[in-house]
Design a protein around this ligand. Structure first.
Ligand SMILES: [Zn+2]
Ligand SMILES: [Zn+2]
Length: 420
């Protein structure tokens, strides 16, 4: 039979079109579109890992979920017991370290680790630290955020508000765009997924150094009398919500710079629109956290700030998932229409469900996962994997067996490939 959307010939037993990703058995989706990076999740979902780690979503998301949970718990426990230097350090570095581990895991830097980390992380971090050192002395901000000015002022003031909620988000976003745009304009990294990833790295780098500078007093102040609710919310807001808001917003903008298909789109109207949206999201985030700092009691203010941050983050994640889904499906449809055989390399087997892939697959015809987002492996590794998996495939086409074995084989093969 032929796919009803891209007209490619597909086998009768296929669940998904391997060229354009169309669900050929639409009855069992319960009315929700499947996310092509993780077909067991709908597009409209708040699943964090498959959104900000697009190249790893189909393989072992649980590792990263566990890493995020452990670091969050460590930071919260440290904050609850008043060990603020530890809490601030963990909050500042947890997400950047997990994310850089992810970059290493998927070999995103194409054997140029120093240059890529330099541009994506260190450049943004350095500029963020300089900028934050410049603007923080202008304000009576306290490092605990109890109320934004530590009770010095009765309510919000125009000058601090304009600095915190307008100047810092706007200049900050410009800083966050520099490194990723330089990287995304190189041919090795002109893919939409790479654009998103570099944007997220840059966003979490900015948040890391912003946290370090703004909470320098807590970081160097030693143990303090425990104020569990306030410090825990502070760590959660500064260490986890803030980097993810900055990361997803910047990732969305860089995605428009990269655009669909080969090559990058560059400084188009769509890109500047997306940068405007990223600035807008940060303006909303900072406006909310600044104004809510003056509401009610300190604990109530912090709870409201966290809820506000999560709301902004939720909207950004939904938007990012739609952009990724559209990018994957439209990019594949375009390639199928042009009979573009860029993906015709024999991929062997699906890394997610282990069933064989059809030649030229952009999607697995059994589970629907997008194949072009998988970690880059040396050619030798692919050959070894294919050999290792020549064993008989699982009996039932519909079942998705665990992927641990595949992952290990891939890791082994990658090591072997690297040694050669
Ligand atoms: Zn199709
Ligand atoms: Zn599959």
């Amino acid at each position: 039979m032929d796919c009803s959307r891209c007209l490619s010939p597909v086998p009768d037993v296929a669940h998904f079109c391997h060229r354009c990703g169309l669900d050929l058995v639409p009855g069992d989706t319960r009315g929700q579109r499947r996310f092509a990076l993780a077909p067991d999740e709908p597009v409209a979902s708040f699943a964090l890992i498959s959104s900000i780690m697009p190249r790893e979503a189909g393989r072992h998301p649980q590792t990263y979920r566990t890493a995020f949970t452990i670091t969050l718990v460590v930071a919260l426990v440290a904050a609850i017991f008043g060990a603020m230097p530890i809490a601030v350090l963990v909050a500042a570095f947890a997400i950047p370290i997990v994310y850089i581990t992810y970059l290493y895991d998927v070999n995103l830097w194409e054997d140029e680790p120093l240059a890529v980390t330099g541009f994506a992380f260190a450049l943004t971090g350095l500029l963020a630290a300089l900028f934050t050192v410049l603007w923080t002395p202008l304000l009576p901000l306290t490092s605990t955020l109890r109320s934004p000015d530590g009770g010095l002022l009765a309510g919000p003031q125009w000058v601090p508000f304009l600095i915190v909620a307008v100047l810092v988000p706007v200049v900050g976003e410009v800083i966050r765009q520099l490194g990723p745009v330089v990287l995304a304009s190189r041919p090795a990294f002109d893919d939409l997924m790479d654009g998103v990833t570099f944007g997220v790295v840059s966003g979490v780098a900015y948040a890391c150094f912003d946290t370090l500078v703004r909470h320098w007093a807590l970081l160097t102040g030693g143990m303090v009398a425990p104020q569990p609710a306030q410090f825990a919310s502070l760590v959660f807001l500064e260490g986890f919500v803030k980097p993810l808001v900055m990361g997803t917003a910047t990732g969305l903008a860089v995605a428009e710079f990269s655009g669909l298909g080969r090559g990058y789109d560059g400084f188009t109207a769509r890109y500047f629109g997306a940068v405007g949206l990223a600035m807008g999201a940060n303006i909303l985030f900072n406006t909310g956290t600044y104004l809510l700092g003056y509401v009610g009691t300190e604990s109530l203010a912090l709870v409201l700030q966290v809820l506000w941050g999560l709301l902004v983050l939720a909207v950004l994640i939904l938007r990012l998932r739609v952009v990724l889904q559209t990018g994957l499906l439209e990019g594949a449809l375009e390639a199928a229409a042009k009979a573009d055989h860029a993906t015709d390399a024999d991929l062997g087997f699906c890394a997610r469900c282990e069933l064989p892939l059809l030649p030229g697959s952009a999607f697995c015809s059994a589970c629907g996962v997008a194949t072009r987002t998988w970690a880059r492996q040396p050619a030798a590794a692919v050959a070894v994997v294919a050999e290792a998996m020549a064993a008989p495939p699982p009996d039932e086409a519909g079942s998705a067996p665990p992927v641990e074995d595949t992952t290990e084989v891939v890791a082994d093969a990658r090591d072997r490939g690297a040694e050669e």
